[in-house]
Ligand binder design. Structure first.
Ligand code: ASP
Length: 585
């Protein structure tokens, strides 16, 4: 090797040793008679010392010629430092350099390669290899490596085997949009990149593999949001001869194990909530349960505490729901107006906000005093279990919309009140999702999870008349309000699978053409099976306490799906197009 040690390992114990270090020049401080140089590699920073009179003249001259990010090797003796730096592990020593070689000079980098950089997003993406030299970014990827390593160790111990599934597969109409790849050898035909290895892992169960996992790239051609990438990684898993309960306990175990190994946090047992309860109490299928502030229905179900008092908005509403913000009665009119404007933005689309201030002196003031007596409003206060000093915030309207809007308001209030501490982790299983959801624009039913998900046995009979009521054996894991994984018990009989495709609007021929391979396999001894997939990038970002998954991907794409470093996607030559039998007009 070109070096005896890394830049992160020398300490007082090594004093007097002769060493060779290699790395990048982070910084040079030339004080005339003395030059100090911070040499950086992945492992840390070590200070090099050059001293007029003691360091050979040639070496001093070389040291003075160095620029930032030059790659050098330095030979010298480890000595104790006079002024120590307790912020870095090598801060007690420095190297008195006797030989210095420039292994490769470097152009001046376009931004500072330090924790606090002066580089904007775009430039750092363009020079991602320089950004990756920064501690913060590199640490995220080291964390990612740890998560992968402990995931593998956990699953290996439970007899899961990692199997690679193909990347060039077949386009199917369900799910998100496919990325497609033209086939040169089959002109006019296309492969698709997998949105997930779903059908392959099920076939591995038919093949008797019993327990499968794969840390695998998946591709979805969706419009990008800040936290989405067109290619992303899943921890994809499947098990045979299991119930939903087995899957939940196995993967709850995995997540708790990861928290323990990666974060040194002992996560308590993961609570469970049905989809119906999640929607009713939080207006979301991925509630953030770090804080309470559950919804109370003032009008809804068999309760109605709002109608018949002349307030048309509530009279006409399908649902009137409120949350109680502890100790917020002191909110000023201005603050409430500002919240109202926030709710009225098109992204949320609420028509207005009704509030009740339950003042610390016990008096009550609401924005609908004109319509409701103190008596009326006291009933709300009781229903919401509000205490003097609390502020009640109420939304109304069509049920789904009102719930969605109040979910946003609840999260916003949680953030404003400091109830969403990123260092605190609360995981949750959401269970019993509906099997199907109706697409109004398409005027047909869609699988809420995917078409291979099994309905609950007790709900199968509803498939004949009440599709919207059928519950699935499907489950999501949610951490701090973020969906990190989801899966289901699968259909493993041809008849039921065929029926499912029928419900989704496939003709028999279409179903056979698209998914015949799977349904055929079900006729050759398919075991009952179930599985789950976790969003690996997302999981890493949660462990890293960050919002964006991009920071945990070595070479991510930007919001337009572009890799600005290699400048892709790009046009291809006419010759290539011709070879692929693609005509461009
Ligand atoms: N393949 C599913 C997904 O990508 C997960 C599963 O059902 O295992 O969401």
């Amino acid at each position: 090797m070109l070096r005896t040690h890394t830049c992160g390992e020398l300490s007082l114990e090594d004093v007097n040793q002769s060493v060779v270090l290699c790395g990048w020049v982070q910084r040079v401080r030339d004080k005339g008679g003395m030059i100090w140089l911070d040499l950086r590699d992945r492992y840390g920073i070590t200070q090099l010392l050059f001293e007029e009179g003691k360091t050979p003249a040639q070496v001093l001259e070389t040291a003075r010629s160095l620029g930032r990010e030059f790659v050098v090797s330095a030979k010298g003796e480890v000595i104790e430092r006079l002024s120590k730096n307790d912020k870095i592990s090598t801060g007690a020593i420095e190297i008195r350099v006797s030989e210095l070689n420039v292994l490769n000079p470097a152009k001046l980098p376009p931004f500072l390669i330090e924790d606090e950089t002066d580089g904007g997003d775009d430039i750092r993406m363009k020079y991602r290899y320089l950004d990756l030299r920064r501690n913060i970014v590199r640490k995220n990827l080291q964390l990612r490596h740890q998560v992968a390593r402990y995931t593998r160790a956990y699953l290996d111990d439970l007899d899961f085997i990692e199997v690679e599934t193909p990347v060039l597969i077949k386009s199917t109409p369900e799910g998100a949009r496919d990325f497609v790849v033209p086939s040169r050898m089959n002109p006019g035909q296309f492969y698709a990149l997998p949105q997930s290895p779903q059908t392959f892992k099920q076939l591995l169960m038919v093949a008797g593999f019993d327990r499968y996992y794969q840390i695998v790239k998946c591709f979805r051609d969706e419009d990008l949001r800040a936290d989405r990438q067109p290619e992303f990684t899943q921890i994809d898993c499947e098990m045979s001869f299991v119930t939903q309960e087995d899957v939940l306990s196995t993967f709850e175990g995995m997540i708790r194990n990861l928290f323990s190994k990666v974060k040194n946090i002992e996560l308590p047992e993961v609570p469970r909530m049905t989809y119906a309860d999640a929607m009713r109490q939080y207006g979301s299928d991925k509630p953030d349960i770090r804080f309470e502030m559950k919804f109370t229905e003032l009008k809804g179900g068999d309760q109605d505490l709002t109608s018949g008092k002349g307030f048309g908005v509530f009279d006409d509403a399908e649902l009137v729901i409120g949350i109680c913000a502890t100790d917020c009665a002191s909110y000023t009119r201005k603050q409430i107006d500002e919240l109202t404007d926030w709710l009225k933005r098109p992204q949320i689309g609420a028509k207005g906000l009704v509030y009740v201030r339950y003042n610390t002196d016990g008096s009550i003031k609401s924005s609908v005093d004109k319509f409701y007596s103190d008596e009326d409003i006291k009933k709300w206060v009781v229903a919401l279990n509000a205490k003097p000093g609390d502020l009640i915030l109420i939304l109304s309207g069509q049920a789904d919309k009102a719930r969605k809007q109040l979910n946003e308001l609840r999260l916003e209030m949680g953030t404003r009140l400091g109830l969403r501490n990123p260092e605190e982790y609360r995981a949750l299983w959401v269970l019993d999702f509906p099997l199907l959801e109706f697409g109004e624009t398409e005027n047909r039913w869609f699988a809420m999870h995917h078409p291979f998900t099994s309905p609950k046995i007790e709900d199968i009979e509803l498939l004949d008349h009440s599709l919207g009521m059928v519950r699935a054996n499907a489950y999501d894991m949610v951490i701090n309000g973020v969906e990190v994984g989801g899966g289901s018990v699968r259909i493993f009989e041809r008849g039921l699978q065929q029926k499912m495709f029928e419900i989704l609007g496939f003709s028999q021929e279409e179903a056979q053409e698209q998914f015949g391979f799977l349904m055929n396999a079900f006729e050759f001894g398919a075991p009952p099976h179930a599985g789950i997939a976790f969003g690996f990038d997302r999981l890493c970002s949660i462990f890293g306490g960050a919002d964006s998954i991009r920071d945990f991907i070595a070479f991510p794409k930007n919001n337009s799906g572009r890799d600005v470093m290699i400048d892709s996607p790009s046009v291809i030559s006419d010759a290539q197009l011709k070879e692929l039998a693609i005509n461009v007009v």
